[in-house]
Design a binder for this molecule. Structure first.
Ligand code: SF4
Ligand code: SF4
Length: 409
């Protein structure tokens, strides 16, 4: 099926019922019909029927979707809005399509681990030029109006510390690091590895693994996503389970790889589990809960993309004192590249989340997505709220390793 036939097969399902209006973060913010699934679907239909040309306004409507998957989750007709958006982005005419910079990064840098490492290392060496505090680096003043805080880049990546060329054998599991955790949050990968080891697993972290392809797909570069998927398949040989501590990477590996690679992508996807999805049924008396009151944030790609809501809460109940709070499933506004291209809108979406967190009573906020962690740390800090944000693997590590020496990070 070609792209337009595939788009059409989704469009015909839409009954215009409007159920997506109540869940879409960009519609709730703007009340603009062009910024909700129903309107985006109608625009796509007009493009296919040649009633509408690609214009800057159309591009804006398509690019301002977070691909949070809430509409697909709520849609009674099963419209896969994310597929429509990806294919429309892919079909953007050249003047509205991928920029030269994006092409360079996606097609030349991302498939080459060593080159990516060198560029990130260079960035880590010059980051001292940018003022920052509390482990966060203020972003370049010319971007994001100088407001956004991004993580301090550590000297060594997770793959540099833990990567190996070994193949996983019986009772071993693979770990997929994802780019953000590899380059910005290697301590979270360290926590995931030590927790899994404590639960009795040998953990193998293939050094050759690459970006899962989420940002590439998000901009509609399906060919490049396919190339990355092929390379990742070769990096994880055998049948061992693949544990993924990033909600967005897990969603892509699980749901997009079969679509990109067919049968072999499906076989690969069957081996993939999110972190809490894997550990939740395997926790036992070795877990000694922390006294800390832990709030939880649902990453959209975990809850609405993969219907995983209970497992992380189960882990939190066992590893800490989980305190349910209002707005746990409110979107943080990150949406990957959405927050880069639409930082103002992203911050305003985060405002609702932060308002809910202000009322909650907890010692820390826990989640399972490094993108959400980056966004929530930034947005909380900007609003002067001192609430630590942790990956669920860090909390579990403390709960299973309490009798040992403190963490090395
Ligand atoms: S919920 Fe689904 S069927 Fe209803 S308007 Fe939105 S996309 Fe169309
Ligand atoms: S994916 Fe999210 S932002 Fe995009 S239309 Fe659906 S609900 Fe709205």
């Amino acid at each position: 099926m070609n792209d337009f036939a595939r788009i059409r097969s989704e469009l015909v399902k839409c009954s215009r019922c409007g159920k997506c209006l109540s869940v879409c973060p960009t519609y709730q913010l703007t009340t603009d019909e062009r910024r909700v699934a129903r309107g985006r679907v109608a625009l796509a239909e007009a493009v296919l029927d040649a009633e509408l040309d690609y214009t800057a306004k159309l591009k804006e409507s398509i690019q301002s979707c977070l691909k949070c998957l809430r509409c697909s989750w709520a849609c009674p007709s099963g419209v896969e809005v994310q597929t429509v958006i990806t294919l429309l982005r892919r079909r953007m005419p050249r003047k509205y399509g991928l920029s030269l910079w994006n092409k360079f990064v996606f097609r030349y840098v991302l498939p080459r681990r060593k080159l990516t490492d060198i560029l990130v290392r260079l960035a880590s060496l010059v980051q001292f030029l940018i003022p920052g505090k509390k482990g966060m680096t203020r972003h370049l003043p010319l971007l994001f109006k100088g407001k956004r805080r991004i993580p301090h880049l550590p000297g060594r990546t997770a793959l540099g510390r833990f990567g190996t060329e070994k193949k996983a054998d019986a009772n071993a599991v693979y770990l997929f690091t994802g780019c953000l955790m590899n380059y910005a949050y290697p301590e979270m990968i360290g926590s995931a590895i030590r927790s899994l080891k404590k639960l009795g697993y040998e953990v193998v972290v293939p050094r050759d693994q690459l970006c899962c392809g989420t940002p590439v797909l998000s901009l509609g570069d399906v060919e490049q996503a396919k190339r990355l998927a092929e390379l990742n398949l070769s990096a994880f040989p055998g049948d061992a389970p693949i544990i993924v501590p990033c909600a967005s990477c897990a969603k892509t590996l699980k749901d997009e790889y079969p679509a990109l690679l067919g049968e072999k992508g499906e076989r690969f996807a069957r081996r993939v589990s999110g972190f809490s999805e894997f550990v939740s049924p395997r926790l036992d008396s070795r877990v000694i809960p922390l006294a800390a009151a832990a709030l939880y944030h649902d990453p959209c790609h975990l809850r609405y993309g993969r219907n995983i809501a209970e497992q992380p809460r189960d882990v939190l109940r066992k590893a800490a004192h989980y305190v349910p709070s209002d707005g746990e499933d409110l979107c943080c506004g990150m949406g990957g590249l959405f927050s880069v291209h639409h930082y103002g809108m992203s911050s305003r979406i985060a405002g609702r989340k932060v308002a809910a967190l202000r009322k909650a009573k907890g010692d820390l906020l826990v989640t399972e997505c490094p993108g959400c962690i980056l966004q929530l740390r930034d947005q909380l800090a900007q609003r002067g709220i001192d609430l630590p944000v942790r990956h669920i693997a860090e909390v579990l590590e403390e709960a299973v390793c309490r009798s040992e020496e403190p963490k090395r990070f």
